[in-house]
Ligand binder design. Structure first.
Ligand code: GDP
Length: 446
């Protein structure tokens, strides 16, 4: 699975991670190669384009983390983006909704895509892994011996199949399967619908009728992964006409280009739930975006290395800040950071709304006229200070104050308020620092 793409990408990133420093051009060249590799893997053009764009933006916006090379950081960004394109926003993984027994599962798709094989694989899996009682039924009344084929498969894997009654329509078989599943106490019944070489109206109408009769918990499209973008188009069509809940990509064991897996979610919005990895009845795997991304990139160690480095840096930064605060070193830059954080958290209202019992206070704050515009004005005042003034707020005397207020287009009285707030916060931090040194308990017992 994904061998070609994986080889190509590891070639690109091997070179990139070996370099110490990276210029913007290095990254650009690498990403151009990634883009070509994606397109050659038959990933659809808009998906490849968005992918590269997202990586580029993230790479540009990220500061360099020490202890890892810029190349390693790029690998991590590409990895995260791969997970995103495979998983979509929810990041869910392949699992089936099979509550409320008997749960109907409808298998749809073109002929030869691997529908019947996958129905057998899934039934076996549900039986062995989930301990479910499964009933299989073939609704294929067109292909001679299709129903017999499923019956034989059922015997092989030890799963019951619906007895064959000659001359029934697909809808009649579906009704009988539902009845038998209910009376027989089955957890799941799977309906293997007829496929055609191409999507046609009669086929779709028949599947629609069956869908309306059984109201499936899952409608799984089984599609040949080797067909690349065509697989994605087929999924779009089936989804538009029937509504699918997920996709099973088959033949992912071949050295196929794998592009279908990468485009599917972005284009159809439907999750890949399983991948078929061979003809044998246990050659079915749940689709895990994280694992697949890891396999495509083949650089798991680098990804976890960068993750650790980022965590360490964040922890170090927080600790350094705390140490400075405890010494009473709380300057205007720190205050600005706090104000910005408050804005990011949804402003005053957002912060107070989050804290229990603060809803009432939030209202009072609102009535007092304190809103986000105050935060923004305060930030503007700090921006109007020189670097030196920000680091040493005690420098702020009358003439400087006037200049700063003017620079921000505000009154000196507002700056005075800001400075008072800064002093209060600074004192509070100092006190907390002392308490920390003496120990909270000791302080409290004095
Ligand atoms: P249907 O017409 O959609 O029901 O397709 P079948 O289930 O009959 O499968 C068609 C052929 O594809 C059979 O020879 C299967 O053994 C083969 N097949 C199905 N799934 C896979 C898979 O994941 N990998 C490989 N290599 N072959 C598969």
């Amino acid at each position: 699975m994904f061998e070609n793409l994986s080889d190509r990408l590891s070639g690109v990133f091997d070179r990139l991670t070996k370099q110490g420093a990276l210029s913007e051009d290095d990254v650009k060249t690498a990403l151009r190669e990634v883009r070509v590799a994606l397109l050659e893997a038959d990933v659809s053009l808009p998906v490849a384009r968005d992918f590269i764009k997202a990586v580029q933006e993230k790479a540009a916006g990220q500061s360099v983390t020490k202890s890892v090379t810029p190349g390693q950081q790029v690998v991590k960004i590409v990895h995260d983006e791969l997970v995103h394109v495979l998983a979509g926003d929810e990041g869910e993984i392949g699992s089936l909704k099979i509550d409320n027994a008997p749960a109907p599962i409808l298998m749809v798709g073109l002929q030869g895509g691997g529908k019947t094989t996958t129905a057998g694989k899934l039934a076996k899996r549900l039986k062995e892994k989930n301990g479910k009682r499964v009933l299989l039924a073939s609704l294929d009344i067109y292909r001679p011996a299709a129903q017999q084929q499923l019956a034989i498969l059922g015997t092989q894997i030890g799963v019951d199949t619906l007895p064959i009654v000659a001359g029934e329509s697909a809808v009649q078989i579906a009704k009988r399967a539902k009845q038998q599943a209910t009376m027989g106490g089955y957890d799941v019944y799977m309906l293997d619908t007829a496929g055609r070489l191409q999507i046609d109206e009669t086929l779709m109408k028949e599947v629609e009728d069956v869908r309306d009769v059984v109201n499936p918990r899952e409608t799984l499209l089984v599609v040949d992964g080797l067909t690349g973008q065509v697989a994605v188009e087929v999924a779009e069509e089936f989804d538009a006409k029937i509504g699918i809940s997920g996709v099973v990509l088959t033949r992912m064991d071949g050295d196929g280009r794998g592009g279908a897996a990468l485009s599917m979610r972005a284009i159809t919005g439907k999750p890949i739930k399983f991948v078929g990895l061979g003809e044998k009845m246990d050659a079915l795997e749940e689709f895990h975006p994280e694992r697949i991304a890891g396999r495509i990139l083949g650089m798991g160690d680098i990804v976890s290395l960068v993750e650790k480095a980022q965590e360490t840096i964040e922890a170090e930064q927080a600790e350094r800040m705390m140490k400075r605060f405890q010494k009473g070193q709380f300057n205007m830059n720190d205050l600005k950071m706090q104000l910005n954080q408050m804005l990011q958290m949804g402003g005053m209202e957002g912060i107070m709304g989050m804290m229990p019992g603060m809803k009432k206070m939030a209202k009072q704050v609102e009535e007092s006229g304190f809103d986000d515009s105050i935060l923004r004005r305060q930030i503007a005042l700090i921006n109007s200070m020189t670097k030196k003034e920000r680091a040493n707020p005690q420098l702020l005397q009358a003439s400087r104050k006037k200049r700063i207020a003017q620079g921000a287009g505000l009154e000196v009285s507002e700056l005075n308020k800001l400075m008072k707030m800064h002093r209060q916060m600074s004192d509070m931090m100092k006190k907390m620092g002392k308490m920390g040194k003496g120990g909270m308990m000791k302080q409290a017992m004095k």
